[in-house]
Design a protein around this ligand. Sequence first.
Ligand code: HEM
Length: 281
Amino acid sequence: MISLGHGSARSSPVLVTAFSKKGLLVTATKEPPALTPDISSPTIRKANRRSTFAIIDLYKSSVGKKWIMALTGIMLMGFVLVHMIGNLKMYVGAEDFDQYAEFLRKLLYPIIPETGVLWIFRLGLLAAFGLHIQSAYALTRINRKARPVNYKSPRDYVAVNWAARTMRWSGIIVGLFLVWHLADLTWGWANPDFVYGNPYANVAASLSRAPIAALYIIANIALGFHLYHGAWSIFQSLGSMSTRFNPRHNPIRRGFAAGFAILVAGVNITFPIAVLTGVVG
Ligand code: HEM
């Protein structure tokens, strides 16, 4: 049989020429076999679906999510560090602390309206926070699906499981604390003595209540654990994507993660203690 093969292999009929049993040359058209997968099928369409933006495709992949986790984590680490340094003004005095808060509200004023720059920071922070939580949740789901079988060594399993659980619980505590903290010192709903524009007096009033001071201490301990594991896993996940990653430097990385966590959480914990003991207030 000689096939003349007109048209595309996918949908057009093929012209087939052959000799019949009586020796006559016969020509007929024949539907071609499906050489390529049927791309109109919903399964293939879903698998081949590409968004117009490469960045969205990257975000959908687990490598992309790790990058988002790491970058937003670094932004949030920057925020807690700067916020902690700013709060140190509490030790200088009420006037300095209130002036610092006023300075933040008036950044680039009058070029940009009052609190304009602060709102840009707030929106950036909010976006980083949202993406951080979303990618953490998505990665946990991906990891659970990918590892239905336990780790080779029970020691690895215990270590990874403990870190994952610590991250989850400390993250939830810090998230809930943040809502409380904003209601307490930014919006004032949770602080009966709140006066807009008087942050020093607001902090002193809030932290002079022992249960609230305890809440700040517990939240900052949780923040410390979260920062330690978070900073350490940023090194691990970004490092695993680099060919130049040297595991021999892990003790330095661990030291940095621990130092950063102890510094931020440790200094933050001094504020409620200072108010309760009358050093500040
Ligand atoms: C004892 C420790 C802390 C103290 C004394 C403190 C103090 C304050 C004060 C006084 C404000 C209000 C500033 C103003 O609007 O005038 C504030 C806002 C804020 N704090 Fe804290 N803070 C502490 C810990 C934290 C921690 C651990 C986080 C994050 C996990 C955090 C996140 C924020 C955020 C996001 C705002 C809102 C910033 C804004 O929108 O202007 N704070 N904090």
